[in-house]
Design a protein around this ligand. Structure first.
Ligand code: PGA
Length: 248
């Protein structure tokens, strides 16, 4: 089964609207000749300008959203607002949201259902801490995250979701999971999906690896059969390194 490689840049709290626009104009000059899907998760305030600047295989999305449609939630943003600004996808459950803002699997599950109802593609992030890996609890932790974050997701909805495996110990640390560790873990995730939703759904699902992806490790990571793409933080902020990653 051929799944088009997907490169997602997660800009976190970096770049203004103007900076996003300049970056994307420069990126458009380097669109690869090979087939790629390129997603940029930009700050809320940069979405509209990023959407105007993007063309070809570049899609713009957000890094988070609230689970409610609207209401008294000071400082929050709804799926409908993101959609109206032109976002096409949203990252949910990033480990920084889980750790720094105490997001639970149940909250992420509600966001996921709401994102799909608003036609925003969720990129669901899951991953274990270093301690959990050292205690041999990776599978248990990931299964729990999958069970709870995908609660009440049926066969028709699973095809609309992208799952990113981001071991917390590899994010922003310069420590990448070896291609073997990433492959083994993503294979485990695909098997979980096959068990719950059937082989066809599992075959079609795009699975990403994230954590210290750089121009010099992307090619080895992308060689693995269960890795369909990557979620890139730091190295997506500079045009030179991001272009090298896209053109791996
Ligand atoms: P990193 O971040 O590439 O800087 O490790 C990845 C992420 O947080 O998605």
């Amino acid at each position: 089964m051929m799944r088009t490689p997907l490169i997602v840049g997660n800009w976190k709290m970096h770049k203004t609207g103007k900076e996003a626009q300049e970056f994307i104009h420069a990126l458009c000059l380097h669109i690869p000749s090979q087939k790629r899907r390129i997603f940029l998760a930009v700050p809320f305030t940069a979405i509209e300008r990023a959407v105007q600047a993007a063309s070809g295989p570049i899609l713009i999305g957000a890094q988070n959203m609230h689970d409610e449609k609207q209401g008294s939630f000071t400082g929050e943003i709804s799926a409908r607002m993101l959609k109206a600004a032109g976002a096409q996808f949203v990252i949910l459950g990033h480990s920084e949201r889980r750790e720094l803002f105490n997001e639970s699997n149940a909250f992420i599950n509600r966001k996921l259902h709401h994102a799909i109802s608003q036609s925003l593609t969720p990129i669901l992030c899951i991953g274990e801490s270093l301690k959990e890996r050292q205690e041999n609890r990776t599978q248990q932790i990931l299964n729990k995250q999958l069970e709870e974050c995908l609660k009440a997701v049926d066969e028709t909805l699973i095809s609309q979701i992208i799952i990113a495996y981001e071991p917390i110990w590899a994010i922003g640390t310069g420590k990448t999971a070896t291609p073997q560790i990433a492959q083994q873990t993503l294979h485990m995730i695909r098997s979980f999906i096959a068990y719950k939703y059937g082989k066809k759904a599992a075959d079609e699902l795009s699975l990403l690896y994230g954590g210290s992806i750089k121009p010099d490790n992307i090619a080895d990571i992308m060689k693995e059969v269960d890795i369909d793409g990557v979620l890139v933080g730091g190295a997506s902020l500079e045009i030179e390194s991001f272009v090298r990653i896209i053109n791996y």
